[in-house]
Write a protein that binds this ligand. Structure first.
Ligand code: FMN
Length: 223
């Protein structure tokens, strides 16, 4: 039924480990619903850290650093739903995902909020400590991008220390499956609504460009 629907999962782990296992589990749930589930491993993307320029809060055009980030941003734009999945490192989000959030968010997404009204789901993977904090951080970033964040009941936080442990966390995996199921339900609901009403812009995005009134106007005034 949903063959044309697509979920993109962003994996912020440095290794083919627990987060990958969790996302493969999520992909199985999506496959049962006939939904395409593509995993992008950030470790395979050439991704620069934010540089010393520091002008991204003022510049009216996208980041000029040429690496793999804009390609991933385009994949997100092309998807119906996005899963953000990251391990916890040092009580925070693992650095690959943190870098991606900084580079994609401030460098590209901030201008027009192109992920508005896409369905988002968040998964954190940790031995235990700060799993909730990382889940919450990724969730507010999805909300910042005006995405429709879907819950799974209890948050999809998977407890795993050693390779293979994630597949033993039955409760965590159940929450991941619930999350994917509910994401697909919401994507289908929105899809049906768009088809029935012919409305693409379901929720207001009148103020999409956060640079209007900031750098753009200042540049024009200075010209
Ligand atoms: C550098 C590093 C720091 C970590 N810090 C934490 C931490 O603060 N809290 C925690 O619960 N687990 C921590 N862990 C454990 C990982 O979150 C856990 O092993 C997770 O399953 C790794 O997922 P992955 O195999 O997908 O990379 C850390 C692991 C590493 C390698």
């Amino acid at each position: 039924m949903s063959a044309s629907l697509k979920i993109l999962a962003i994996n912020g782990s440095e290794r083919d480990g627990n987060t990958s296992d969790v996302l493969r589990h999520a992909a199985e749930t999506a496959a049962e619903r006939g939904v395409d589930f593509e995993i992008v491993d950030l470790r395979d993307i050439r991704m620069e850290r934010c540089g010393p320029c520091g002008d991204c809060n003022d510049r009216p055009i996208a980041c000029e650093v040429a690496d793999g980030v804009p390609g991933v941003v385009q994949k997100m734009i092309d998807a119906d739903g996005i899963v953000f999945a990251a391990p916890v490192h040092g009580f925070g989000t693992a650095s690959l995902m943190q870098t991606f959030i900084e580079r994609a968010g401030v460098g590209y997404l901030r201008f027009d909020r192109p992920l508005s009204n896409k369905v988002a789901g968040v998964i954190s993977v940790a031995r235990r400590y700060s799993a909730g904090e990382v889940w919450a951080q990724l969730t507010v970033n999805a909300l910042l991008n005006r995405m429709i964040v879907v819950g799974s009941g209890f948050p999809a936080t998977v407890h795993a220390l050693h390779r293979g442990d994630a597949l033993k966390d039955e409760e965590g995996l159940k929450n991941v499956s619930r999350l994917v199921e509910r994401m697909i339900d919401m994507i289908e609901l929105l899809d049906e609504h768009r088809r029935l009403t012919g409305r693409d812009d379901l929720l207001s995005s009148r103020e999409a460009n956060e640079r209007v009134g900031l750098a753009l106007n200042e540049l024009q005034a200075a010209a």
